[in-house]
Design a protein around this ligand. Structure first.
Ligand SMILES: Cc1cc2nc3c(=O)[nH]c(=O)nc-3n(C[C@H](O)[C@H](O)[C@H](O)COP(=O)(O)OP(=O)(O)OC[C@H]3O[C@@H](n4cnc5c(N)ncnc54)[C@H](O)[C@@H]3O)c2cc1C
Length: 837
């Protein structure tokens, strides 16, 4: 009897694990019960009891009208009471973009073939030529110290070059005179520029991001496109886009800026139907030099000149800079960067109706237009900047740690520094992978709105970690600002990346999981829509269908999580090779666990989950790390599974798994009903905490990738600007490293002789002593002296005369003086004039 019951449970569990339909599972159970009649010794009473249970529990579940009456209607009414309404702006955000890989992760059983079959990211010949030509040239023209400290602007030549070569027109289609680049090419351009000058990169990236160009391409009337796109492509118009204001930052939808439909005078004509605008925007990139201002505002039609509706909603318009009432030109000074950024205000600015982007048809659709465009833009610009900073930090912190010696040892050989170098290398690999995968999706025509938020938030957080660690390793070399400091400005740029295009705290705690769960969960959105359906009868029918599918999904994830936890997912068939198969399996396991925990949170917290940001932030971490792991595995395969990269892959995947485990444990410990947390813990981690993060051996291997030139290091840092100039801020580090490696054997020989007592370690003339004692030849002596000079050059920091702030670093006489007056101007900045404007 017991054996039969055991077999029974097993068959049911297998059916549930493989998500067999309710009808089929019920039929299997009935078959099992029928078969029990043949078993000798099973009493008729027991069999009757089992059939009664079957009839009471299983049969109603398969009869929708009955289960609707008995179960769904009660749940439906309960949900209707607690379910928060979705505001229009939330709904529009939800409707923006597509569900892509996030849907697979929410499914608890991701189909990796969808990702593995995506094409390997590759630039076209034309895009590559642009990278090798104009982008390299612009990097050479960009002296970040001059830009950010002396001129507070890009040079006039750089501005002209940017316009002439079409940098502002990367996303504009060729038919309008733009470059029509892929998302990958756009990102690569920003990566290279960002590795040279953050201010140049931001200047170039903004017109290619959310703004007039993109909005016109998607929604503009043909007339607007024909007029503006070629002008934007030629750089005759400089665009900016104003959404943020003093009272509407993260909550941009709360903008107090208004447009009122009225008649006015325009272009000498009276009684023109148009809009009177009043707005106050701040932090607007390129605004001080912009000629074309995109403005978001709320449109009202109190006199019903357009329709019966008074409140027409958020609307977007293009306003020419020289329109009466526009105030523009002042600058903010964001984090010591010199890209143009400032406020724009408009007082009673009258514009004709055809200045609305998309014309009258797009009145009130501003929010969804912005959300649509943000969905892809967020995945390109900032992740590219984060990649630039991380690759730059990886390459030059690794090299610096090899050439900089303390206690007679390269600092990179100390375990403490090695530990930090490993984080720099591992996170850079993760950032690059996360960037490339979403770009592939965009270039395949997907607009993954949730994943774009994930990529923005994750690349920015990881970049912050990388740059912070790099600063620690550089010590004073990273702190003392000047033309030779290639890291300090990047460090100062971190908060900009964290804050813009969806501030990270908000993106993590409110958007990723909040939006992700509703968008990507297989059933949740249907349930919510059914609850809010004004036709209650239809709503109940749809709700019943979704509810029971959802219940089956939860039960399946319970079984899957427990089984995968007990077996450590070892029995799963998974793609990948010796190095990565384990990670594929763990991803399936953690995806099932994520789906389960997410459902438990949604069911037990209901609408209050929206306010429980600490819980939803942790769930976002799980989703985000699952995405990052996917990207790492894909990147490794796209690169041809190079064995030299295995250390980086393992480090980054083990780190992601630990993050997932920490986040899940955090959710479990903080569930409002502790029993639910304990139950989840039992189901997901039945044996022990499985993930320990990267170990020291892995860290050592990653650090070694950074400490000397290699194929793996070049692959990791591919795409950044590399200067061949031995006196350049970064070029001097490469130059010194070359010498250090060339003299490595000689240094070893000297150490041997110091150990034997022939040379004194304390001697200030060690190389001369060695030459005199014929331990090294005259040529070797020269080489060592050249290496010493190269290292000295690599570790130097800038010095300034005071007062006067003239750069006085030896060998840098040609560097321009910065007079003290100019510095005072920063403190009291009122109207910082840009050379370009
Ligand atoms: C250099 C720079 C360039 C910019 N360029 C442009 C531009 O070209 N056009 C434009 O329109 N805007 C631009 N912005 C504005 C940018 O998008 C906003 O700064 C951003 O939206 C945040 O608004 P805020 O700075 O007012 O911060 P706040 O909204 O005041 O937020 C402060 C903090 O509170 C957190 N927070 C807020 N609400 C929540 C919540 N519900 N849950 C959790 N955390 C929350 C945020 O994450 C943030 O950490 C730029 C900003 C900067 C700094």
């Amino acid at each position: 009897m017991l054996m039969w019951i055991g077999l029974f449970i097993l068959i049911t569990a297998v059916a549930v694990y493989f998500r067999v339909s309710l009808l089929l599972s019920s039929a299997m159970v009935a078959l099992g019960l029928a078969a029990m009649h043949l078993v000798p010794g099973v009493s008729t009473t027991t069999l009757s009891l089992l059939w009664v249970i079957y009839a009471v529990v299983v049969i109603p579940l398969n009869l929708p009208p009955l289960r609707k009456t008995l179960i769904s209607s009660a749940v439906y009414s309960g949900m209707a009471k607690v379910m928060p309404t979705i505001s229009q702006t939330e709904q529009e955000a939800l409707d923006a973009g597509d569900v892509w890989w996030e849907g697979e992760l929410f499914s608890g059983n991701p189909d990796f073939s969808k990702i593995r079959s995506m094409p390997i990211p590759k630039l076209t010949a034309e895009e590559q030529a642009f990278m090798d030509g104009p982008v390299e040239e612009l990097c050479r023209m960009s002296n970040d110290w001059k830009i950010t400290h002396e001129n507070f602007d890009l040079s006039p030549e750089a501005w002209q070059f940017i316009k002439d070569k079409g940098f502002f027109a990367m996303i504009i289609p060729k038919e309008y005179g733009g470059l029509g680049f892929s998302a990958l090419a756009h990102s690569e351009v920003v990566v290279k520029l960002g590795s040279r000058s953050g201010s140049t990169a931001v200047t170039v990236m903004v017109p290619n991001s959310l703004g007039p160009g993109k909005l016109l391409m998607h929604y503009g009337t043909q007339e607007q496109k024909d007029y503006y796109l070629p002008r934007l492509a030629r750089g005759e118009e400089i665009p900016c886009f104003g959404l943020t204001g003093p009272d509407s930052g993260s909550d941009a939808g709360a903008m107090p800026d208004t447009g009122v439909v009225c008649y006015g005078t325009f272009d000498g004509k009276d009684k023109v139907l148009g809009i009177r605008l009043n707005w106050e925007k701040r932090y607007i990139t390129l605004a001080p030099v912009a000629t074309l201002l995109g403005i978001a505002f709320k449109l009202y039609d109190p006199d019903h000149l357009l329709s019966d509706v008074e409140d027409r909603g958020i609307t977007l318009a293009l306003v020419k800079r020289d329109t009466e009432g526009v105030q523009v030109g002042r600058r903010h000074f964001p984090s010591n960067q010199a890209f143009m950024n400032g406020p724009i205000r408009g007082k009673d600015v009258f514009i004709p109706l055809d200045w609305i982007i998309g014309g009258e048809a797009y009145i009130g659709k501003g929010w969804s237009m912005l959300m649509e465009c943000l969905a892809d833009g967020r995945a390109i610009s900032l992740p590219a900047l984060g990649t630039a900073a991380s690759k730059l930090a990886s390459r030059y912190t690794g090299s610096y740690a090899r050439v900089r010696k303390q206690f007679r040892t390269p600092i990179g050989y100390f375990e403490g520094v090695e530990e930090v170098l490993a984080k720099i290398g591992g996170q850079t690999y993760a950032i690059e992978s996360a960037r490339l995968l979403v770009l592939s999706a965009l270039d395949q025509g997907e607009v993954p709105s949730v994943i774009s938020g994930v990529v923005k938030q994750q690349t920015m957080e990881r970049m912050r970690e990388v740059v912070n660690h790099a600063m620690d390793i550089h010590g004073g070399h990273g702190i003392c600002m000047g033309p030779n400091n290639f890291l300090g400005r990047g460090y100062q740029l971190i908060p900009v990346g964290i804050t813009v295009e969806g501030a990270n705290i908000l993106t993590r705690t409110m958007i990723i999981f909040g939006q992700g769960a509703l968008r990507s969960h297989p059933y949740l959105l249907d349930e919510v829509a059914a609850v809010h359906n004004p036709d209650k009868k239809r709503g109940l029918k749809e709700f019943d269908k979704a509810l029971f599918a959802h219940a089956g999904f939860i039960i399946s994830n319970i079984v899957r999580s427990l089984w995968l936890g007990i077996t450590s997912a070892r029995l799963l068939s998974a793609p990948g090779d010796k190095a990565t198969r384990y990670y594929y399996r763990q991803m399936v396991r953690m995806s099932a666990a994520f789906a389960l925990i997410a459902d438990f949170c949604v069911v037990s917290l209901g609408g209050s989950l929206k306010r429980r940001e600490k819980i939803s932030g942790r769930l976002a971490d799980v989703l985000s790390n699952l995405y990052v792991m996917t990207a790492i595995l894909k990147h490794y395969e796209d690169e041809g599974q190079p064995q030299d990269d295995v250390a980086l892959v393992r480090w980054a995947c083990d780190d992601a798994l630990l993050n997932i485990q920490t986040a899940m444990k955090g959710v479990m410990t903080n569930m409002p009903i502790p029993f639910i947390g304990s139950l989840l813990n039992f189901l997901v981690f039945p044996l022990t905490k499985p993930y320990q993060g990267p170990n020291d051996r892995q860290g050592h291997a990653v650090a070694r990738v950074l400490l000397s030139p290699s194929v793996a290091r070049d692959r990791l840092t591919r795409g950044i600007y590399v200067s061949g100039d031995a006196n350049d801020a970064t070029g001097r580090i490469d130059h010194a490293l070359e010498y250090v490696l060339k003299t490595d054997e000689l240094e070893k020989r000297l150490r041997k002789h110091m150990k034997s007592g022939e040379l004194s370690p304390a001697s200030l003339t060690l190389y001369e002593d060695a030459k005199q004692q014929n331990i090294i030849s005259a040529d070797e002596f020269d080489l060592l002296m050249e290496a010493k000079a190269a290292v000295r050059n690599a570790i130097k920091v800038d010095e300034f005369s005071f007062p006067g702030w003239k750069v006085e670093t030896p060998g840098s006489e040609e560097q321009t003086a910065v007079d003290s007056e100019q510095l005072t101007v920063i403190g009291e900045q009122k109207t910082m004039g840009g050379g370009s404007s």
